[in-house]
Design a protein around this ligand. Sequence first.
Ligand SMILES: [Zn+2]
Length: 168
Amino acid sequence: MTTAGYDKADRDHARADRAQALCRAVSELHARGLCLGTGGNFSVTLGRDPLSILCTKSGLDKGKLDPLCDLVAIDANGAAVEAGGKPSAEAKVHAAIARNTDAGSILHTHSVYGTLLSLHFAGKGGFRICGYEMQKGLEACARTRTKCSCRSCKTRRTWTRLRTRRKG
Ligand SMILES: [Zn+2]
């Protein structure tokens, strides 16, 4: 086998591993009710230079994805780069996220709660989730917490100020 043959075999093997991992993750999300029926779309990055993404095909039941035939490779603009299926209608969103972040995978569920919140707040410019204990672990929330004016965040800031004063 030539060097090019080994490279292609490595790429094929990596693609198969990532396809299986993505389908397993989607299966778990489906089992938790986060992407019922054809809802949601999912991708995994195959390579960065050039950007290559494996994305779920359009209109498939997420409860029974087949890693060999239910994913399609897309490019940095979300266009299919291989025959055999139409990528998700939201493939361009996956491509944009992958282009602008170092995301290795994008899991876009259509949970009932998420969908209801999105529909309700779409015309209102979104909504802010604030005061959840779990948010302390999210980097973006930690950065923006000082801007939040909810009671929980104000209380947390007050305690932090008091603790800092006591130490100083
Ligand atoms: Zn969506």
